[in-house]
Design a protein around this ligand. Sequence first.
Ligand code: XMP
Length: 318
Amino acid sequence: NWTMDRFVDKEIARIRALVGPKGQVIGAVSGGVDSTVAAKLMHEAIGDRFHAVLVDNGVLRLNEARDVKKILSEKLGVNLTVVDAGQRFLEQLKGVVDNPEEKRKRIGNTFIQVFQEKAEEIAAAAEGSSRAGNIEWLLQGTLYPDVIESISFKGPSQTIKSHHNVGGLPEIMHLKLIEPLRELFKDEVRELGTNLGIDQELVWRHPFPGPGLAIRILGEVTPSQIKIAQEADKIFIEEIRAAGLYREISQAFAALLPVKAVGVKGDKRAHEQVIALRAVKTTDFMTAQAFQFDNEFLSKEADETIVTSKPPGTIEME
Ligand code: XMP
C-alpha cells in the first residue's frame, strides 16, 4: 500500500535509474510549491546534476526572484541559475492592450527562448566538465490535474487558454521529459514537500500563474502598472495573513483594472485606477468558489489600498 515515504524512495530510485550515473537534468523553477518540490526531489536524487533555472520575467511578485534564490539555493541547496530577463519580456508586451491570449503567447514564447539560451549555456559548461554527461532531460512539475486539463483543452475550438508551462519545451530542445509529480494531486505534493523538509510557508503558498502579473494587469503591461500590481498584491496578501485567513483561502490576488474612479488618498480626492481583489477556495483548482470575506476585513482592506468613505470621497465612482 501507498505511503509518502515509500513514494519518495521509489521516485528517487526511479530518477537515478532513468538518468544514469552521469546524466544531467535541467528544469525551470518558479518558487511555487510544485516546481520547488520537484526540484528538491531531483536534488535529493542526483545532486548538482540537476540544474534549476529561474527566469525572472519582470512580472513576478514583489522581490520574488530574490526570495526564491534564498529558499532554493541557500536553504535547499539546489543548483540554481537566475536569469534576469524582465526587459526582454517588457519589450514583447509593449502595445498588447486588449488581447489576453496574445499576452500569454508572447510570454510563453519569450520564456522558451530565454530558457533555451540559458540551457545551452549550462549544457556547454557541463560538457566541459569530465564528470558530466550531456543534458538530456527536462524536469517538469506537472501534476495530475495539469495532465487532465491539458488533455481536455486540446483542439483549437476548445482551447480556453494556453497554460504555458505544459508542453512546448521538450520537443524544441530535443529533451526527454521527467515528471516526478504527474500522478499526484496538490495536497499530495504538499505532503511530499513537508516530507522533504521544505518550509510550511512555502508548502502552503498560493499558486501563481506562469504569465505572472501580466494576466492580472488588464490592459498594457508597463513598468508603472507592474509596480502598482506588485504593491497591491503585497498589501492584500499581508492583510489576509494578518487576519489568519491565508491557509483557508486557496488563492488570492489583486488585479489592476484599466479604468479610473474617484477615491481619496490622504485627505485629497484622487482619480486613479481601480484594483479588483479575488480570493477563491478550491481543492483541485479545476473548480473553485469565491471566498466569503466578512465586512470588517473588506473595509480594512479598502482602507489599506484606498479610502472610499464619504466625505471627502463620493458615493458614485465619478
Ligand atoms: P484558471 O484561470 O484556469 O486558473 O481557472 C486555474 C489555476 O491556474 C493558474 N493559471 C495559470 N498558470 N499559466 C500558469 O502557469 C497560465 O497561463 C495560467 N492561467 C491560470 C491560476 O493562477 C489558477 O491557480
